[in-house]
Design a protein around this ligand. Structure first.
Ligand code: NAD
Length: 260
C-alpha cells in the first residue's frame, strides 16, 4: 500500500496521467496533479479522487517547458506534502511532420516537455527520496522509445532519450531504495491520439470508427487500445515491494507493437 506516500503525476488533468493518478490514489497515495485545463474541471477531478479514495490531493499548474515553473511545483510539493515519494513523469506532447518540414519551435517544445522536464523533476525530487531511502520514479516513455515511426522525429528522439535517462538514474540509485523505470505504452485513446485519428479520418475520408481501426491495425497487432487504467495498474505494481529489483527497465504495454 502507498498510504502516507505522495505521488506527483505530471500531465494528470487528462488521459494516461489521470488514469495513473487515480490508480495510485486507489492504492492509498496522496496525489498532486499537474497539467492544463479548466479550473472548475480540475477542482471536480480532485474532489472526486479525494472522495473515492480518502486521500489528499494537490494541484500545481506548472508549465513543464519552463524550468523555473518546475522548481516552483517541486517546492509546492515539499511545502504542502513533505516531498514526492512517487514521481510519474507523464506530461507529453506530439507533433507530426517530416524532418525537413518540422517546425523548429515544435522540436524544441517536444524535447523540453517530453525529455528535459523529466530531468528537472528527477534532479529536484531525488535528494529527499535518497534521504528517506525510498522512492519510485516512473517515466512514461512510449513504444516510440523502443522503435520509430515516420514523421515523429522529435517525439521518437525524446522518448528514446527518456529511456536512456531512465537507465542512468537507475544505475545512480541502484544501491538505494529508489527505483527508476520507464513504461512504454502503445496506442491509448486519449486526446493526444484522438487528434491523430481525426487527421487520418480527414485525410482518408473515413469515419471516426474506421480511422481508429486503421490507426490500430497499422501498428498494434491486438487491434485494441491500451487503457489508462491498465497503465495505472502497472504503475501501482512498479511501486510495490515486489518490484524493488525492477530497475532501469523499459516495460512495454503495447498490444504486441514492439514484438514485430
Ligand atoms: P494527453 O494529451 O491526454 O495528456 C497530456 C497531459 O499533459 C495533459 O494533462 C496536459 O495538460 C499535460 N501537458 C501538456 N503540455 C504540458 C506542459 N507544457 N506543462 C504541463 N503539462 C502539460 O496525452 P496522453 O496520451 O495521456 O499522454 C500522456 C503521456 O503518455 C505522454 O508522455 C505521451 O507521450 C505518452 N504516451 C501516450 C500514448 C498514447 O497512445 N496516448 C502512447 C505512448 C505514450
Amino acid at each position: 500500500t502507498l498510504r502516507g506516500k505522495t505521488a506527483l503525476v505530471t500531465g494528470s488533468t487528462s488521459g494516461i496521467g489521470l488514469g495513473i493518478a487515480r490508480k495510485l490514489a486507489g492504492a492509498g497515495a496522496n496525489v498532486i496533479l499537474n497539467g492544463f485545463g479548466d479550473a472548475d474541471e480540475i477542482r471536480r477531478i480532485r474532489e472526486d479522487i479525494s472522495a473515492a479514495f480518502g486521500v489528499q490531493t494537490g494541484y500545481h499548474n506548472a508549465d513543464l517547458s519552463i524550468a523555473t515553473e518546475i522548481s516552483a511545483m517541486m517546492e509546492y510539493a515539499q511545502a504542502e506534502f513533505g516531498g514526492v515519494d512517487v514521481l510519474v513523469n507523464n506530461a507529453g506532447i506530439q507533433h507530426v511532420a517530416s524532418v525537413e518540414d518540422f517546425p523548429v519551435e515544435k522540436w524544441d517544445a517536444v524535447i523540453a516537455i517530453n525529455l528535459t522536464a523529466c530531468f528537472h523533476t528527477t534532479r529536484l525530487a531525488l535528494p529527499l527520496m535518497r534521504q528517506k531511502n525510498w522512492g519510485r520514479i516512473l517515466n512514461i516513455a512510449s513504444v516510440h522509445g523502443l522503435v520509430a515511426s515516420a514523421s515523429k522525429s522529435a517525439y521518437v528522439a525524446a522518448k528514446h532519450g527518456l529511456i536512456g535517462f531512465t537507465k542512468t538514474v537507475a544505475l545512480e540509485t541502484a544501491q538505494t531504495g529508489v527505483t527508476c523505470n520507464a513504461i512504454c505504452p502503445g496506442w491509448v485513446l486519449t486526446p493526444l491520439v484522438q487528434k491523430q485519428v481525426d487527421a487520418r479520418a480527414e485525410r482518408d475520408g473515413l469515419s471516426n470508427e474506421e480511422a481508429k481501426k486503421a490507426l490500430l491495425l497499422e501498428k498494434q497487432p491486438s487491434g485494441e487500445f491500451v487503457t489508462p487504467d491498465q497503465l495505472g495498474e502497472l504503475a501501482v505494481f512498479l511501486c510495490s515491494d515486489a518490484a524493488s529489483q525492477i530497475r532501469g527497465a523499459a516495460w512495454n504495454m503495447d498490444g504486441g507493437w514492439a514484438a514485430q
